[in-house]
Design a protein around this ligand. Structure first.
Ligand SMILES: *Cc1c(COP(=O)(O)O)cnc(C)c1O
Length: 397
């Protein structure tokens, strides 16, 4: 047998973390890495956060899991908190981002079909989006590399250019159910939508009775300096998917919706065995305890500005390597003039710095939200050393 016990779908690198300490990961061989990837925007409290650990330990010892057939004081409490903090009136808890997007897609379709408008099933989505790896969520993305080998796709998605309001408007037809968009594309290269674009989509939805779905799986949960990125645009969605950071490392997600948008999600229409179980709720509560306040969000914003300022100043030293810095808060991207994957591997293997490659020639800087000046200094030192020693013609493997 030559297949590995772990299904070989990931190009795993040589870093093999076995322990986490605040903003660092320690590998099996003892090597210490500065973690500015955060499990891809997940570990927003860093590793080994005592409040999160304590909450999970306490809940694990009290009640880990019960079925959604029973009443859920834990779920009701966290859902109410999210309702109070956002545009939403109701919440469905999931175990991942893709499941949260799935629920959002179903909610948008059900909104129309519940009213007898069965022809309105199509969502307009945007090129280079990433919404997850289930059949519906790969179908929602135009990226062919995710489709290959898995055809046929699910019907009912139409792709238009990101941030192109006229294109989005022109794509509306008799089958349109709504728009599904990341306010800030993550995998696509930290590309943030313009205010006019999201405001324009909102206006089109209001005009044509369409659902506006935001996928905030990556940009949500304090990452950009507000609890959700949409707050900065002054535009509210009808439905929103959130995950990644929401459990601080505990697998969980949620689909949030207004009462109107959720009109089709009645008894028996959707479900999840694990979704919203008491253990996940304890993790979600612990994360909100820390991040959902003006002081923490203000710190993320200020830290993000300091990091961005340092990065912008720095990249001018290497005009052959770097083009620009973009993003918001602590969701930053550095657009390169060379393939970023080789550089990310070089930073990792030769300078013990973890970042994440993305589309559009960009690498992502997604540190835990609890970094301070010590971590920013360490990051800049490592980035500087890595840039000095990098030879794009002979990239590290
Ligand atoms: C990561 C991500 C997803 C998928 O989340 P999973 O937890 O991997 O299923 C969906 N949308 C966006 C924007 C993401 O970044």
């Amino acid at each position: 047998m030559s297949i590995t016990p772990l299904m070989p779908v990931y190009p795993r690198c040589g870093v093999r973390p076995v322990r986490g300490e605040h903003c660092h990961l320690i590998s099996e061989d003892g090597t210490r890495y500065l973690d500015f990837a955060s499990g891809i925007a997940v570990n927003l409290l860093g590793h080994s956060n005592e409040h999160l650990i304590g909450a999970i330990q306490k809940q694990a010892a009290t009640l880990m899991h019960v079925s959604n057939l029973y009443g859920s004081p834990q779920g009701e409490h966290l859902a109410q908190r999210l309702v109070d903090l956002t545009f939403a009136d109701t919440v469905f808890f999931t175990n991942s981002g893709a499941e949260a997007v799935e629920c959002a897609i179903k909610t948008a379709r059900a909104y129309h079909q519940h009213a007898g408008n069965d022809e309105k099933y199509e969502l307009i989505t945007f090129k280079n989006a990433f919404h997850g790896r289930t059949m519906a969520t790969i179908s929602a993305s135009n990226q062919e590399k995710m489709h290959k080998g898995f055809l046929p796709l699910l019907q009912g998605f139409k792709y238009v250019d990101f941030d192109d309001l006229e294109g989005a408007k022109a794509a509306i037809g008799p089958n349109t159910a709504g728009f599904l968009v990341e306010p800030i594309q993550g995998e696509g290269g930290i590309r943030d939508a313009s205010d006019e674009f999201l405001k324009g989509l909102r206006a089109l939805c209001d005009e044509h009775d369409l659902m506006l779905i935001f996928d905030e799986v990556q940009c949500g949960v304090a990452r950009t300096g507000t609890l959700y990125a949409y707050e900065q645009y002054g535009v509210e969605p009808d439905i929103m998917a959130t995950a990644k950071g929401i459990g601080g490392g505990f697998p969980m997600g949620a689909c949030l919706a207004t009462e109107k948008a959720a009109r089709g999600m009645v008894i028996g229409t959707h479900g999840s065995t694990y979704g919203g179980n008491p253990l996940a709720m304890a993790a979600g509560e612990a994360v909100l305890d820390v991040v959902a306040n003006e002081e923490f969000l203000g710190t993320v914003k200020a830290t993000g500005e300091r990091l961005r300022g340092r990065l912008e100043q720095f990249i001018g030293n290497y005009p052959d390597l770097f083009e620009l810095v973009r993003g918001r808060g602590l969701m930053l991207g550095v657009k390169m003039k060379v393939e970023p994957r080789g550089f990310v591997a070089h930073m990792r293997d030769n300078h013990q710095l973890l970042a994440v490659a993305a589309g559009d020639m960009t690498f992502r800087v997604l540190p835990p939200l609890v970094i301070g000046d010590a971590e920013i200094d360490e990051f800049m030192e490592k980035l500087s050393a890595a840039s000095e020693s990098y030879n794009p013609e002979a990239p590290a493997t």
